[in-house]
Design a protein around this ligand. Structure first.
Ligand code: 3PG
Length: 217
């Protein structure tokens, strides 16, 4: 369900930038700004009309960026993004039809979970890398560690998203349960709309420096 080499690459990157792109022409400069700051993975969400064309643009023009897709809610969207050649997909929740479509399409996929029941369903469907969403409001690191304890022998790992920022990312990355964190704080929608590429690159650099300081690489 999720290629181990890609999983490791995401862990080496440590931070995934969540993006909401309103204008297709913003996609490439955003991806380039993230790379400039040291962030090599993004989750471009399917929440806007521009999202699919934005993904196409990034795949064509920024080959060094790991182009992930977020907010995959239907099997049709799995097929659509697989056609573009995106690197991985995630969803906010666990929809078995979407997970099966991803498996059939051979799309690297991490469903969203926030309860033990979600984890068990995800495991049954063959998932090992999971998105812990919405991390902070679901109970944060403490909730993740308690919830994950019965499944530690299964080798599951969790990417927390939802309320993560520069101030709390180090805590999450202190556990081997967490290969990487993600969030929209690096390239928030208003910075993208204002075409503040330097601001995004500076945020990316701060996130990358914070990750490097943990000393995992
Ligand atoms: C996501 O889709 O993963 C979330 O929107 C990210 O949450 P954040 O905006 O709180 O970072």
């Amino acid at each position: 369900m999720f290629d181990r080499t890609l999983w490791k690459t995401i862990a080496d990157t440590g931070v995934v930038a969540v993006l909401v792109i309103d204008n297709v022409e913003d996609a490439v400069p955003v991806a380039e700004s993230l790379l400039k700051g040291g962030i090599r993975a993004m989750e471009l969400t399917l929440r806007t009309e521009a999202a699919i064309d934005a993904l196409r643009a990034v795949k064509a023009a920024v080959p060094d960026m790991l182009a992930g897709v977020g907010t995959i809610l239907t099997p049709d969207q799995v097929a659509q993004v697989k056609d573009i050649g995106v690197d991985f997909g995630v969803s906010p929740g666990l929809n078995p039809r979407v997970v099966k479509a991803a498996e059939n399409a051979d799309l690297n996929f991490a469903p969203g979970i926030s309860t033990p029941s979600d984890i068990e369903r995800a495991v049954e469907l063959g998932c090992r890398l999971l998105k812990f969403f919405p991390a902070e409001s679901a109970g944060g690191l403490k909730h993740l560690q308690s919830m994950a304890a019965p499944y530690n022998h299964l080798g599951l790992e969790y990417i927390p998203l939802g309320g993560i920022n520069l101030g709390n990312m180090t805590d999450y990355l202190s556990t081997p349960l967490v290969p990487a964190v993600g969030g929209s704080w690096i390239a928030p929608r208003d910075l993208i709309q204002n075409k503040d590429w330097d601001g995004i690159a500076a945020n990316a650099q701060r996130a990358f420096e914070t990750f490097k300081a943990i000393g995992r690489q």
